[in-house]
Write a protein that binds this ligand. Sequence first.
Ligand code: PMT
Length: 402
Amino acid sequence: MLTGKKIVLGITGSIAAYKAAYLCRALIKKGAEVQVVITPAGKEFITPVTLSALTQKPVVSEFFTANDGSWHSHVDLGLWADLMLIVPATASTIGKMANGIADNMLVTTYLSMKAPVFVAPAMDLDMYAHPSTQQNLEKLKSFGNQIIEPTVGPLASNLEGKGRMEEPDRIVEVLEAFFEKKGELISKKILITAGPTYEKIDPVRYISNYSSGKMGFALAEECASRGADVFLISGPVQLQTVHPHIQRINVESAEEMYRAALDYFPKMDLAILCAAVADYKPVHCAERKIKREAGENLTLELVPNPDIAAALGNNKTDRQRVVGFALETDDEIAHASEKLQKKKLDFIVLNSLREPGAGFQGDTNKITIINSKGMIKNFPLKSKKAVAADIMDTLRNEGYAY
Ligand code: PMT
């Protein structure tokens, strides 16, 4: 998977920098071409001589070579690379990357990078846990960068906790998995619904639910990173899309989501219906704000919204696949299996509000995938990003060609 891949390896000033030498060797052994860019502080921890001997290339650190004035182009590196890897990444470099502080060659190269970027933080546990570091990491994620989480273990400070850089062999595995999946969905068109819907009561009020859109957006990013063209129909959420292959269609009500989904579906290979669509809407939306009448109850009459999943399930052709979600609070497997059948889905992703860390709003989810052939596959609690990868891997591994 790494043969011929061009990798810019950014090294920063951490005690874990010595591990970058092992990483260099492992990447080259796998056939990758590695160009090291090191910060001035990084050179205090590992010498450029070691790194250039391993990579067979001069190490880049300054903007110019002092004796002949030759210019090292960060722009050229940004165009050359198939991937940039920052290992180890200190709190300081992460902060500079998150805020565009381009005062060294590594950060300038990062800002010019056209290829995907992976970051493996390494630092003391308190520095890692600090809100400043966590906010900067969140910012990097929102730019589409992949964070290779540090592990829990003994640290250079003699303390023990989360902050230990991931081992080089594991980092190589992450990159191999990335390149393996990268082209898997090329030329596939995938429709994803995400977020809540708003059903208007009057000009200032609506019926809705707690969906943040995080699960659906994680799926959209995962499919796009595997090469698909993604059409993301989203209810009102506070999230940004990052990948250029995601076309976002914003809607507000279930009716609007239904019309957009039906419009796009004929050209799609796969639809994943992750939105928390309101099942009912008020019969009428009042033209003016409904006034409070002292002592009187207010009765709202509701009518059912169209069922998007069922409409796509009923209309799908032999080459199209439809995946639904089921959000349950009781008798989970039975209810999800019933929805799978009724809506004619290929498989359904069950998440239960009884599971801590699952469902609405958080960054994690815990799912069970059920298909029409009787497969029931449980997954542990994971980040929504990892859950999205599990869903796409299961589709592939269970032979759902589309
Ligand atoms: O957005 P997050 O905060 O990250 O939360 C994620 C989530 C909990 C919203 C998500 O994981 C999830 O479970 N989404 C489906 C929620 C839901 O409405 O489930 P349901 O069991 O009511 O619906 C079953 C399926 O039919 C779903 O695929 C739903 O999108 C679809 N549906 C439902 C009603 C309707 N009118 N049209 C539909 O397409």
